[in-house]
Design a protein around this ligand. Structure first.
Ligand code: BDP
Length: 740
């Protein structure tokens, strides 16, 4: 008796608070931003409950079933009570109960049809939706209406977001449609499940157990992406294994495509250009050879036999040792168009990567523009050039890739990187939203003011047929998908900006924080500031003022500005910073490589003028004297030191901010982020001291008084770099690193 009483007592006193107080729940980050925790603000909860009395989802397609399931799961949990629901085949009447939430399309829902929304919906296309308060048969209702089922699913996720972020449900008049067509995530997953530049465990795709076992993670992965409106996924690494097109793999890939399909996500594959040879079928992969063309037509048909709605191929050709059309003296357009022709009958597209820089070019900055500019207008209309945001390679800050303003007659899409290859892997906190925003809002002036990268991508500036945005993401078997919990935020921001490139980094950060952690204002404001500062902090302690690529070859984690030997000069660090006794930086003006001539005149003028170029890009374009006066009044040397020290101070400020959030965050995630910020502080100091001491050997100037002096000498930091832990088993640098 007594024992039973005690048990009940324990349940009431201890388990209940554990279940209902979000800060006390042990969370592992698996749910990402789809946590659907009960609305904490009691007044808000009451009003939501009053405004949503019943869920009516008409239409019984797989997609509508997913929308219904997500709403039931999400609303049931947010409102902390099961919701009365009518799901599936359309109710005969159009008399909803008061405060019903109606979800559907005019085609599959009698109630939505009765509202006569066709006109309003017509401008929103195949993926857009409306969320609005309406009156139907004198009853107040909320509708989520779209032209298609997938639009209704996107609207459902948006509606859940409104509650998750404590948005009012009154005067709702939301109309939303994506600004870009192809909103794609790229996985750099090898078929042996090692993820290139991944840092969050093994590949999600368990090829060994597919197609028979479909891990529940596959569907959760689809939910996460669909909640952002992502509609494509490239499953495998751009350094592609040809086996991915074999029947054995296609059967497995088809099983994944089946899971993703109801969520509107198409599967794409990275292909190896030499596949006809690798399969042992042909001696050549020359795109102008009819046998090669036929081979690709047949293989592509096979792909569509397995996956009828297959999206297309992503291709890294003639880049970093990958095969491509140039091996047969053909150009990139020949190569891409051959694949485009094979895909065309099925509606597929080619994402052809512009990340190409041949070893014999003088300035790598110029590389991909010089490769592709003369091919403008030569690509088939189902080829889309996938261009990294900057001319080099996902550096903490880059000026924009001149291809965006240079290729007027070519479909182009953006390639961003969410995985933090150059940003401290999954160890450092570095929200990438500000980088994406900066890039998308950059004005190229190519057709006058307002020719921003975002508008170019949208097809507003050059009027191209296909539009899109891709990001290299890093999810793996780590329970929280991304390693560092905050890498999730960059995935989130990417997805939101792929939907609407005008969404700000700040808005995306706020939504993510509210959904991922807490709606408490006292938490949101400081944490938003922390996130918005985190990218700049990473720039400051790594490569301020337009320095770039101060890494050793292969290992992109720690500092190695002294790297001077490699197979290629542009795989060293000294190639990029060009430090000398007189100054620092890469002259890309007329007196140097003249790469600035690749930009439209207003941009070339701005970047080419030593006194006008934005200081954060200074050393990208100019070799600058150590005594050059900066806007702050400091010399270049003093400013450089200042920035490196500022970066470390920013990490310390991030630590202080985080420490103050203990009461708003569950213990597991709180302690994890706290510990990782400690590592980040340690690494930031290593970056700062390595770089300042190294550049000092050229500047010959002292670290100004008032800054804490490095604890060790330069040799110490060089040794650290040689013995560093590199969590990349795929990369030669991690095994062949030797003590010399
Ligand atoms: C670089 C990475 C390399 C990728 C390459 C690419 O270091 O691992 O294969 O980009 O984008 O950033 O193809």
């Amino acid at each position: 008796m007594r024992k039973a009483y005690i048990n009940k007592y324990w349940v009431l006193c201890f388990l209940f608070p554990l279940i209902f107080s979000s800060s006390a729940i042990a969370e592992d980050g698996y749910e990402m931003w789809l946590r659907y925790q009960p609305v904490a603000n009691q007044q808000q909860l009451k009003s939501y409950r009053a405004q949503i009395s019943q869920l009516v989802v008409e239409g019984d397609s797989a997609t509508m079933q997913k929308a219904a399931a997500e709403l039931q799961r999400g609303l049931g949990s947010l409102l902390a009570k099961p919701l009365a629901s009518v799901i599936g085949s359309a109710p005969a009447s159009n008399k909803p109960v008061k405060h019903a939430l109606l979800v559907g399309t005019p085609k599959n829902s009698t109630m939505i049809a009765a509202l006569g929304m066709e006109q309003e919906l017509s401008a929103l296309g195949d993926e857009g939706y409306i969320i609005a308060n309406k009156t139907l048969n004198k009853r107040l209702v909320i509708v989520i209406a779209a032209n298609t089922d997938i639009g209704a699913l996107y609207g459902s996720f948006h509606f859940l977001r409104l509650l998750q972020t404590n948005h009012s449900l009154q005067n709702l008049a939301i109309k939303s449609a994506p600004k870009l067509q192809h909103r794609v995530v790229n996985h750099w997953d090898n078929l042996n499940r090692v993820v290139e530049r991944g840092y969050a465990g093994l590949s999600l795709w368990d090829w060994g157990t597919l197609p028979d076992y479909k891990s529940p993670r596959y569907e959760d992965y689809a939910r996460i992406n669909a909640s952002l409106g992502i509609n494509g996924t490239v499953l495998n690494n751009v350094n592609a294994d040809p086996r991915v097109l074999s029947d054995q793999f296609l059967e497995k890939i088809a099983a994944l495509a089946d899971v993703f399909r109801p969520y509107g996500i198409k599967v794409y594959l990275s292909i190896n250009y030499n596949s006809p040879r690798a399969f042992g079928d042909l001696e050549t992969a020359d795109p102008l050879d009819p046998k090669v063309q036929q081979w690709w037509k047949e293989r592509t048909k096979k792909v569509y036999d397995y996956i009828p709605d297959f999206g297309g191929y992503l291709v890294k050709a003639n880049s970093e040792g990958q095969p491509g059309p140039q091996d047969y003296k053909r150009d990139h357009a020949d190569g891409a168009n051959m694949l485009a022709e094979a895909l065309k009958p099925f509606g597929g597209v080619v994402f052809w990567r512009a990340f190409v820089y041949s070893p014999d070019i003088g300035d790598r900055f110029r590389g991909s523009y010089d490769e592709f500019k003369h091919l403008d207008g030569k690509f088939a209309d189902n080829v889309i050039l996938q261009v990294k945001n900057g001319p080099i390679d996902f550096q903490p800050r880059e000026p924009y890739s001149a291809l965006f303003s240079g290729m007027e007659k070519t479909n182009m899409m953006m390639e961003f990187q969410v995985t933090q290859e150059y940003f401290g892997f999954a160890t450092h906190l570095a929200y990438q939203g500000p980088l994406f925003e900066e890039s998308l809002r950059t004005d190229t002036f190519v057709k006058g003011e307002g020719s921003t990268i975002g508008n170019i991508l949208e097809g507003k500036v050059f009027n191209t047929k296909h539009t899109g945005m891709a990001a290299v993401i890093n999810p793996g078997t780590d329970r929280n998908w991304t390693g560092h919990p905050f890498v999730q935020s960059s995935w989130y921001a990417f997805g939101r900006m792929a939907w609407d490139h005008e969404i700000s980094a700040e808005a995306a950060a706020e939504e993510w924080l509210r959904m991922t952690f807490s709606n408490e204002e006292k938490f949101i404001e400081p944490m938003k500031a922390l996130m918005l500062m985190s990218r700049e902090a990473g720039v400051n302690y790594r490569s301020p003022l337009g320095l770039t690529h101060l890494y050793s070859q292969g290992d992109h984690y720690g500092p190695a500005p002294w790297t001077e030997n490699s197979e290629r000069p542009d795989w060293t660090a000294i190639y990029y910073h060009r430090a000398s006794k007189t100054g620092l930086g890469f002259d890309r003006t007329k007196t140097g490589s003249n790469a600035i001539a690749q930009y439209p005149a207003p941009v070339a003028q701005l970047y080419g003028d030593l006194n006008a170029v934005p200081e954060e890009l200074l050393l990208w374009f100019h070799h600058v004297s150590w005594d050059h006066k900066m806007k702050s009044g400091r010399t270049l040397w003093e400013e450089l030191v200042h920035k490196y020290y500022e970066g470390v101070e920013q990490v310390r400020a991030m630590q202080t901010t985080w420490d103050a959030q203990k009461s708003y965050v569950d213990a597991a995630r709180f302690e994890q982020v706290k510990a990782l910020l400690k590592v980040q502080e340690r690494d930031a100091i290593i970056w700062r001291d390595s770089c300042v001491l190294y550049f000092q050997t050229y500047s010959g100037r002292a670290i100004p008084a008032g800054y804490e002096q490095p604890k060790h000498n330069l040799d110490y930091y060089k040794f650290l770099a040689r013995t560093r832990y590199v969590p990349e088993p795929w990369h030669p640098a991690s095994s062949s690193r030797v003590l010399k």
